[in-house]
Design a protein around this ligand. Structure first.
Ligand SMILES: [Zn+2]
Length: 342
């Protein structure tokens, strides 16, 4: 089979490898569509040397396909079934997993995400991670669930109800997914950040207002606050950057809540949190694949307008070169399709 492998930072090649055989509890998925997002770009560049310790290594996490083979002890799935999978894995038996909070598995073996790879013809996946893809949801849709489940988790944690307002900081893969999800849930959403075509996409996906940046690292919070003098009651930060977190905390209203999805040191003092009685909530991916696909199947959520470029597996190196270039800010999502070949 063909498989994209990183041989070093930004050194991605498509190589020929044997089709793997699923072990106990695993399945083999014929991959159809894969949608890279920010973490994949981090892996590609090995940003901060924190993603890859040994090469060569595969890439990709958010994908869809059809079941090609089923390992020992796997029940509830049939070969040929359409499925999707995300990055996080879990034990399936601890009290958090039993309660449906599989993204907060208590087993230390899953505290650090087990590396998934899907930019290849066939991917091995733990069967417990699979979600069935219903009719009405295409392979491309089902390969873009990550930003949606993150947003569903964040909005649930923030206690948002239809008609509520939320500000989404960042218009990358997760930000665009969050904006579309907010609209699907009848939330009023504004987008903070982005430039060029990505800012237009944010509006197209349902942001009632977009506050684009004119220059890298521009401080937008002052302007946003001038438009919303009381501040924003709910803020979801999606960039995992120092810039994004600064904006998120600066625009949060007294009594507001800020959902974080990653990043480094908090750019806010304890006194600032106390004085505004801010609530801070961490969002570690999410468990709402079924709900995400229901929203897509019902026609409430459509991320297809956000797809800015499609590549074949052979073109994966070009896809990642684009995602790490300045041109990335003018395209939306990238889809890599595993077409012919085995
Ligand atoms: Zn568990």
């Amino acid at each position: 089979m063909r498989a994209a492998r990183l041989f070093g930072p930004a050194d991605l090649r498509v190589v020929d490898l044997p089709v793997p055989v699923p072990g106990p509890g695993e399945v083999l998925v014929r991959v159809h569509a894969y949608a890279p997002y920010g973490t994949d770009v981090g892996v590609y560049l090995n940003r901060g040397a924190r993603y890859v310790s040994e090469y060569p290594v595969g890439v990709g996490a958010d994908f869809s396909g059809t079941l090609a083979a089923i390992g020992e002890g796997v029940s509830g799935f049939t070969v040929g079934e359409r499925v999707a999978a995300l990055a996080l894995d879990h034990c399936g038996v601890c009290s958090n997993c039993a309660g449906g909070r599989t993204n907060l598995c208590l087993d230390s073996a899953f505290a650090v995400p087990v590396r998934q790879a899907c930019c290849e013809d066939y991917a091995i996946v733990a069967a417990r991670k699979l979600a069935a893809v219903p009719d009405g949801v295409g392979f491309e849709d089902a390969a873009m669930l990550a930003g949606i489940v993150d947003a569903l988790n964040a909005f649930d944690k923030m206690g948002l109800a239809p008609g509520d307002h939320v500000a989404v900081v960042g218009v990358g893969a997760m930000g665009l997914g969050a904006i579309a999800t907010a609209r699907a849930l009848d939330l009023n959403v504004v987008a903070v950040g982005g430039s060029g075509a990505r800012a237009d996409l944010a509006a197209q996906l349902g942001a009632s207002r977009v506050f684009p940046i004119k220059a890298h690292d521009e401080d937008l919070a002052g302007y946003v606050r001038s438009q919303f003098p009381g501040g924003c009651a709910a803020v979801m930060e999606t960039t995992a950057s120092a810039w994004g977190m600064r904006q998120a905390f600066a625009i949060a209203a007294p009594g507001g809540i800020v959902a974080l999805t990653g990043g480094g040191e908090l750019p806010v003092s304890s006194w600032a949190v106390v004085d505004r009685e801010l609530r801070i909530v961490g969002v570690r991916a999410g468990t709402g694949q079924a709900e995400a696909m229901r929203l897509i199947a019902d026609g409430k959520l459509d991320l297809k307008p956000s797809i800015g470029a499609r590549f074949t597996l052979e073109q994966a190196p070009e896809a990642f070169a684009l995602l790490t270039s300045d041109a990335a800010r003018d395209i939306g999502r990238v889809i890599i399709t595993m077409d012919a070949g085995a």
